[in-house]
Design a protein around this ligand. Structure first.
Ligand code: ZN
Length: 280
């Protein structure tokens, strides 16, 4: 299933994208796509509905973040060899983790707001993992069974705040609007091999990132298992799995986002995002 939330901000309705790519309304079956709908039981219940029986949605409504109930976003740093090299960082021996504030959560087509005093706001296209049930000390073998599905994730990052302002990376990762998610939550059954998905990004129509999740240093199952040794992953939690090479910091000379820029990005099978960059 491709589950979505659509409509004006804060008043989104649940829906799904059918096999013909049409948006259909799920309001008669649930109030939102939340913890219940992300759970294995909830997913079974939704999968039993014949999409043809759901009302078609007219027009072109806004897409919001495709699910609610996100208690945390865990980022994985330097998880692609080529990206570690371009940023001048060493290949990590264990996954590098950081947190993105939940106030950074943003719709897939909503504006990215440059924070005050930002000079180095950068892009990072990523595969996002969405947890479906509580995961604590899970094995790598069982890790993927804790997922509800996958999303396209934009890990917007302010490099100066991240690297030059002391302490952790979190200052440059959690700014408002820095976590566009969606447009679709694609359930696990639809993605045969999450380690073989193209990840790409364009700025003003120019291709900047073009790689595959096959290039990850630590694959998805390892990340879920690893993170669950340090904290409980709750339904709705998101793990953004790292970005491939082609970020602005790695360009010669480095390039960063400015007001008026348009960023498009996507992951195979998970849908595309598009954001305009504006001044906060
Ligand atoms: Zn990232």
């Amino acid at each position: 299933m491709k589950l979505v939330r659509y409509g004006t901000k804060g008043r989104e309705k649940p829906g799904l994208i059918d096999a013909q790519g049409k948006l259909r309304d799920l309001s008669a079956h649930c109030d939102t796509i939340g913890w219940d709908e992300l759970s294995p039981t909830g997913q079974k219940r939704l999968a039993a509905i014949n999409p043809a029986t759901l009302p078609l949605v007219r027009g072109k409504p806004r897409f919001g973040v495709p699910f609610t109930g996100i208690s945390k976003i865990i980022g994985v740093g330097l998880n692609y060899r080529d990206h570690a090299t371009e940023t001048g960082a060493a290949i990590p021996a264990e996954p590098v983790l950081f947190m993105k504030a939940t106030t950074a959560i943003n719709g897939p087509f909503d504006d990215i707001r440059l924070p005050r005093r930002s000079k180095m706001t950068d892009w990072e296209a990523e595969l996002g993992l969405v947890i479906g049930r509580e995961a604590r000390y899970v094995s790598e073998e069982k890790a993927m069974s804790y997922l509800a599905g996958f999303v396209t994730f934009h890990d917007v990052s302010e490099r100066d705040f991240q690297k030059n302002r002391g302490g952790s990376w979190d200052k440059g990762k959690g700014c408002d609007t820095f976590a566009p998610i969606g447009p679709w939550l694609v359930t696990r059954d639809e993605i045969r091999d999450p380690q073989n998905l193209r990840v790409w990004l364009e700025v003003n129509g120019e291709r900047r990132q073009d790689s595959s999740t096959s290039q990850m240093i630590f694959p998805c199952a390892h990340l879920i298992s690893y993170i669950s040794q340090f904290m409980t992953l709750m339904p709705g939690d998101v793990v953004c799995t790292g970005t491939p090479s082609g970020v602005g910091l790695g360009m010669n000379p480095p390039q960063f986002l400015k007001a008026g820029d348009v960023v498009r990005l996507g992951v195979d099978g998970l849908g595309e995002q598009c954001q305009k960059v504006v001044v906060a």
